[in-house]
Design a protein around this ligand. Structure first.
Ligand code: BG6
Ligand code: MG
Length: 219
């Protein structure tokens, strides 16, 4: 039987770090003198740190020197890492281990496909690192989602054809990336926001063994 490659995004899929990214950007916006809303934060999901800062400064109508830009990038990340430091297994999103266990038990290869440069330490903190055969993250790509690069590298490293991979994503940019890689895209979160996904689930509690079995049996 052909293998199905399972590729998981990290932030907002495996752990709810999207809220910490939001808080850190919100803190920076506040310091720069403007508000950053939840709705605006939707645009930041799946998007690289650098691109997020560009969008944030656009929202605030701020023009930065290169020096300011670089120092705000560092400041945001340091603030974000303060939230991350305290993370443990309790912050794994509901039923994620159940799905990882099922996939592992059926001997299907698992990859991480994330835009984050902090992916590995986060997986270590929540003790899920051992499930992943390969980690492809913000340190390994040159083109950010919605470019499919991150998922194509993951498929290659798993030794599975792109059209035999499934991707779990909470970001519009991530669903677009999976679709353009010709992979099955599974939206985790708000189905209206992720309307381009092949399948939608509010969270992993809605995913049962029957669905996973179907993914493994795909042609
Ligand atoms: C993505 C998040 O997973 O990683 C984005 O959805 C974030 O919001 C991006 O900007 C980069 O993360 P980091 O940890 O490298 O700043
Ligand atoms: Mg995400």
């Amino acid at each position: 039987m052909n293998k199905t490659g399972f590729i998981f995004d990290l932030d907002g899929v495996i752990v709810d770090t999207a809220k910490y990214h939001y808080l850190a950007w919100k803190n920076l916006a506040q310091e720069l003198g403007f508000e950053f809303t939840h709705e605006q934060n939707e645009l930041f999901k799946g998007v690289s740190r650098k691109r997020c800062l560009e969008i944030l400064l656009d929202i605030g109508g701020i023009t930065a020197t290169q020096e300011q830009f670089d120092s705000w990038m560092i400041e945001k990340n340091e603030d974000y890492l303060k939230y991350i430091e305290k993370m443990d297994e309790t912050e794994i999103l509901p039923d994620v281990p159940k799905v990882l266990e099922y996939v592992k038990r059926h001997e299907m290869p698992i990859a991480l496909g994330s835009a984050s440069k902090n992916a590995r330490p986060i997986l270590e903190k929540v003790k899920l690192l051992s499930y992943f055969e390969t980690i492809v993250d913000g340190n390994n790509v040159t083109k950010a989602k919605p470019d499919p690069e991150v998922f194509l590298i993951a498929a290659e490293q798993l030794g599975v054809r792109a059209d035999q991979c499934v991707v779990f994503e909470d970001a519009q940019a991530g669903i677009a990336a999976a679709n353009s890689a010709d992979m099955i895209s599974i939206g985790i979160g708000d189905a209206q926001v992720l309307s381009e996904a092949d399948y939608n689930f509010k969270d992993f509690t809605e995913i049962d063994d029957g669905f996973l079995k179907k993914l493994i049996k795909q042609e």
